[in-house]
Write a protein that binds this ligand. Structure first.
Ligand SMILES: *[C@@H]1O[C@H](CO)[C@@H](O)[C@H](O)[C@H]1NC(C)=O
Ligand SMILES: *[C@@H]1O[C@H](CO)[C@@H](O)[C@H](O)[C@H]1NC(C)=O
Length: 492
């Protein structure tokens, strides 16, 4: 019942570049509610009390691999958990959502990705341009801009500098969308929500310009275009959780590293003059999807279409985002990058099997994975076809049984939970994911359990798209180039 096309990435006409992501912790909260939760600094995706390293200080010694990559042809950005002590601008109005809230938002994101992949989130699309449908027979499968084109589940942030002179902006990374934006001055509540850094002021930047309506960049916005006003190109992005941003499509200098050696001169982004929804605290969003408007695509001339990231395993540590490197996939377990023509924003691979304790989980025909697997930094929990999930769960439970850990109540979408409170040390069976061509991700404990629960959940149906979530990606370097996705353990 796979209902979309999977084509080799060879047909991609654009090189992709960067990535990182976000996760949506506040996605179900109205802004004022999120703001009212001041002070609750941590939502916990660390797995058990015995491993929980939540703290108030950032261990920012920096990832060694990122330091190695820092040279003239790549740009490395420090990546931090949005709600942890390493976040570059922890707003006093910003609070971490509960794990239950994270799981609810995560389910909305996962369902949204599946709608996109199956084309059923499509339909009343715009005919203003179909950038996102570059090939294939599914040209009717555009997604309406008004109903969740992108996804509002954000978790990881980087700090960049925008304009001349440069102004620091802390933005969420999103591999699941293509248009970047920041809130711009003049703008007051309620159109703009409160953020920690000053609003970006275009009038103070000597390199700023609004994109004109006739410019190619404006036409390329496609369904993200919102017409013309005072001869300025308007944009709009609506996210899967109902939040949105609208304003003037703009260009200015983007500086990616503090040393100023990584610059995108005419970076196209939205100057947001009206935002609604769940962005509390961040200054904007850095979009790393695969289409032409994304930073990845805009920076591909400078950085050669390669990027990598490492999501920190704990809130108290940092990871990195690297544009342009590493140049070689050596050391990575690689699998082919695939494209769903219904949702070409996404990075897709083919999961083929799962093992527990070194043994392949049986009873799972490869066909259940035929819908492909989206590598998504913004989804928290990995989603598997129901048949694969059921087999994983029963194998995992059986492997845990000899240890006698008491079970704990299900938590939202997570139905295999344990009470480890009496244990200082917990032993888990290893879990490994195998992809087309044999690439394997051997997960460490933080990629197996979240809050004491097996950190996997079923998707809508066998043959639907699976999603490789950020719990499983943490601490791996994940590298993307024009044709493959690679994984390397223990990178941050
Ligand atoms: C953004 O969302 C708000 C609240 O749902 C809505 O009132 C507004 O019309 C939306 N704006 C756009 C441009 O879609
Ligand atoms: C710098 O990084 C690029 C991209 O990863 C790589 O090709 C190049 O070999 C590196 N140069 C040095 C001197 O490490």
């Amino acid at each position: 019942m796979a209902s979309f096309f999977v084509s080799p990435v060879l047909q991609l006409h654009r090189v992709l570049l960067l990535s990182w992501f976000l996760c949506a912790a506040t996605a179900l909260l109205p802004l004022h509610v999120a703001a009212a939760r001041a002070g609750a600094a941590s939502y916990v995706t660390v797995f058990t009390a015995s491993f929980a390293a939540s703290g108030t200080t950032c261990d920012d010694t920096g990832p060694a691999i990122a330091r190695r990559q820092r040279n003239g042809t790549s740009a490395v950005l420090r990546l931090a958990h949005r709600h942890g002590p390493c976040a570059p601008s922890r707003s006093s109005v910003q609070a971490g959502p509960s794990f239950a809230e994270v799981l609810r938002a995560d389910q909305r994101r996962a369902e949204y990705i599946q709608r996109r992949m199956s084309g059923s989130g499509a339909a009343r699309g715009s005919n203003k341009g179909d950038l996102q449908l570059t090939a294939g027979s599914s040209r009717s499968a555009t997604v309406p801009a008004t109903m969740g084109y992108s996804i509002g589940t954000f978790q990881y942030v980087v700090t960049v500098s925008l304009g001349t002179p440069g102004v620091s902006q802390t933005v969420e990374l999103d591999t699941g969308s293509d248009v970047s934006w920041v809130q711009c001055k003049p703008c007051s509540a309620p159109e703009c929500y409160s953020q920690k850094d000053p609003l970006f002021d275009p009038s103070k930047s000597s390199t700023y310009s609004a994109v004109s309506c006739a410019a190619e960049a404006c036409l390329e916005l496609g369904i993200f275009g919102e017409g013309c006003s005072s001869s300025q190109c308007r944009y709009v992005v609506s996210y899967g959780d109902g939040s949105n941003t609208t304003g003037v499509y703009s260009s200015d200098t983007l500086t990616l590293t503090s040393s100023g050696d990584a610059v995108v001169d005419t970076f196209l982004f939205g100057c947001g003059y009206a935002q609604a929804g769940l962005f509390a605290g961040i200054d904007g969003l850095l979009a790393l999807g695969r289409q032409s408007m994304s930073l990845k695509s805009q920076a591909s001339n400078a950085y050669g279409g390669v990027f990598s990231y490492c999501l920190p395993p704990k809130e108290t540590s940092t990871g990195y985002l690297t544009l342009g490197g590493p140049s070689s996939a050596s050391g990575f377990a690689t699998t082919g990058l695939l494209t769903a023509w219904t949702a070409p924003t996404f990075y897709m691979v083919m999961l083929t099997g799962i093992s527990v304790g070194g043994q392949q989980v049986g009873g799972v025909p490869t066909s259940v994975f035929a819908g492909g697997t989206v590598v998504d930094t913004g989804t928290v929990i990995t989603r598997l076809p129901p048949t694969a999930y059921a087999a994983l769960r029963s194998t995992f439970r059986a492997a845990m049984a000899p240890y006698g850990y008491p079970s704990a109540p299900a938590m939202g979408i997570l139905d295999t939970c344990y009470d480890f409170s009496r244990y200082g040390v917990v032993t888990l069976p290893t879990v490994a994911l195998t992809f087309s061509g044999g690439a394997t991700m051997s997960l460490e404990a933080p990629g197996i359990l979240s809050s004491g629960c097996l950190a996997f959940a079923p998707n809508g149906g066998d043959g639907d798209a699976a999603i490789l979530g950020n719990v499983q990606q943490r601490s791996f370097a994940v590298r993307f180039d024009g044709s493959s996705v690679g994984f390397m353990p223990g990178a941050c």
